[in-house]
Design a protein around this ligand. Structure first.
Ligand code: NAD
Length: 483
């Protein structure tokens, strides 16, 4: 693969000081090429280009913005296989999963393309001879920072709402998985007016920080870890008042009552952990809370199913799970497996590095299940963002289940399995999470608000509110009575 370029002001270019970072294939250890390691000056250029493009883009019609997003969706769809290939090679996930991600990105580009006419305000009754109305206005330059786990899906779908609302965008993908975003930038160069979309790459500490701290970026949207989210809030506040939305991590509970169909619940626990992405998903249900009457049978069946999952190369049609994105993340996962054992939890299956079956050069961990986990322990409290599923000590009644489920600082998703209508509604009401499933896991229903409570974030995405969040309301009061 050739070395890559960033899209800044309609031009494809390297970092101004020539720095690059290696792009590595975590499944094979192969070097795929390099990505530009942007400097603060490159970020300045991108923001300046975006500011200057905003002068025109803010006056575009809803129809023009809709047409542009539709064209972008078409281009992404035409290059779906290529983009999925880049993601699978760059982040180690299974090709078929990354291919689905591209379809989701196309879906969201089209979804927001269809919503541009919804950007209306209100009229408010006031005195005779006056007219009071509100209008929605874009912020200007939006800084968009995204994580490594769904590279193209986030790069393409998370620019849709800000562009639809009339903002221009500077997006920074994760330094670990930038190839598909850079390719998206190349493709966009042919269809997007210069400066409306800019793609800068590099580390969080350098280009990420420069984007967050740029005084001309008043609206930041971040998807990533809670720790980085807090650092970004702090950093942004040093510069000026910025609107920051945060889509952060989770340590999400799955609660199983004894009236649930046990096999269905076990299958759901495996699905909900997103082993297909090595558990590297914010919404993964990584804490299972099971009633004591069915606990032992549940754990036994769960361990058997997870133990049968096969790690493999991205193109292996029989693989159930892929590689961990990089060596640091792999070490983090393995250290939590050691920690769980030190904390007295019982490792039922997996948790070791996989080196057999042609995987020795890659970063593979066998999917793990822990049981007898103390709900207050670090294994139960901290997001691992890897294939480690923790089953808590059994609960006796609904009160206790709810207490355990809510006993973390995070609150992104949660799920409850029961056939009892009262229990289902009670948990839907009282689970401290932004997205609750009942007898279901993992599904993001398009058009519904996704986002967290507590340390899992601020703001909602994938719905109409996300579009509105890229606008500010302006109120206008006209007195025409005395004319
Ligand atoms: P991360 O926080 O390490 O990095 C995310 C992005 O922020 C990257 O582009 C990185 O370069 C940049 N960054 C890092 N430090 C920065 C700084 N100081 N200033 C500016 N930018 C900085 O996250 P990650 O490891 O890439 O992704 C995993 C995390 O993302 C998990 O916690 C996961 O739960 C979360 N996530 C959340 C959602 C959601 O929708 N809530 C979705 C996916 C992932």
């Amino acid at each position: 693969m050739n070395d890559t370029s960033m899209l800044i002001g309609g031009k494809l270019r390297p970092a101004s000081d020539g720095s690059v970072l290696d792009a590595l294939n975590p499944a094979t250890g192969n070097r795929l090429g390099t990505i530009p390691d942007a400097t603060a000056a490159d970020v300045d250029d991108a923001v300046a280009a975006a500011s200057s493009a905003f002068a025109t883009w803010r006056r575009s019609t809803p129809g023009e913005r809709s047409a542009l997003l539709t064209t972008l969706a078409d281009v992404v769809a035409q290059h779906a296989d290529e983009l999925a290939r880049l993601d699978a090679d760059d982040n180690g996930s299974l090709y078929r999963e990354m291919r689905r991600d591209v379809d989701m990105a196309v879906f969201y580009l089209r979804y927001y393309a269809g919503l541009t006419l919804q950007l209306h305000g209100d009229t408010v009754p006031s005195e005779p001879g006056t007219l009071t109305y509100s209008v929605r206005r874009p912020y200007g330059v939006v800084g968009r920072l995204i994580p490594f786990n769904h590279p193209l899906m986030f790069a393409a779908s998370k620019i849709a709402a800000p562009l639809a609302a009339g903002n221009t965008v500077v997006i920074k993908p994760s330094e670990h998985t930038s190839l598909s975003a850079l390719r998206l930038g190349e493709l966009a160069a042919d269809v997007v007016p210069p400066g409306v979309l800019n793609v800068v790459t590099g580390t969080g500490a350098r280009s990420g920080d420069a984007l967050v701290a740029h005084p001309d970026v008043r609206r930041l949207a971040f998807t990533g870890s809670a720790a980085t989210g807090r650092a970004i809030q702090r950093r942004a506040a040093e510069v000026s008042i910025k609107t920051v939305t945060l889509e952060l991590g989770g340590k999400n509970p799955l609660v199983v009552f004894p009236d649930a169909d046990l096999d269905v619940a076990v299958a759901a626990a495996v699905r909900g952990m997103n082993f297909t992405w090595q558990g590297q998903s914010c919404g993964s249900l990584s804490r299972v809370v099971v009633h004591r009457d069915v606990h032992d049978a549940f754990v036994e069946r769960l361990a058997a199913r997870v133990g049968a999952l096969r790690p493999g190369l991205p193109d292996d049609p029989d693989a159930d799970t892929g590689a961990i994105v990089n060596a640091g993340q792999l070490e983090k996962v393995l250290s939590y497996v050691r920690l769980g054992q030190d904390e007295g939890a019982r490792l039922c299956t997996g948790g070791d590095r996989v080196t057999d079956g042609g995987l020795a050069d890659g970063l593979f961990v066998r999917p793990a299940v822990f049981a007898d986990v103390d709900p207050g322990s670090r294994l139960a409290q901290e997001e691992i963002f890897g294939p480690v599923l923790a089953v808590m000590r059994p609960f006796a009644d609904a009160e206790e289940a709810l207490r355990i489920a809510n006993a973390t600082s995070l609150g992104l998703t949660a799920s409850v399995f029961t056939r009892d209508l009262g229990t289902a509604h009670r948990f839907a009401e009282d689970l401290e999470a932004g997205y609750v499933w009942v007898n279901e896991v993992g599904r993001h229903v398009p058009g519904t608000p996704f986002g967290g409570v507590k340390d899992s974030g601020i703001g909602r995405e994938e719905d109409l509110d996300e579009l509105f969040s890229y606008t500010q309301l302006k109120n206008v009061h006209i007195n025409y009575g005395h004319l």
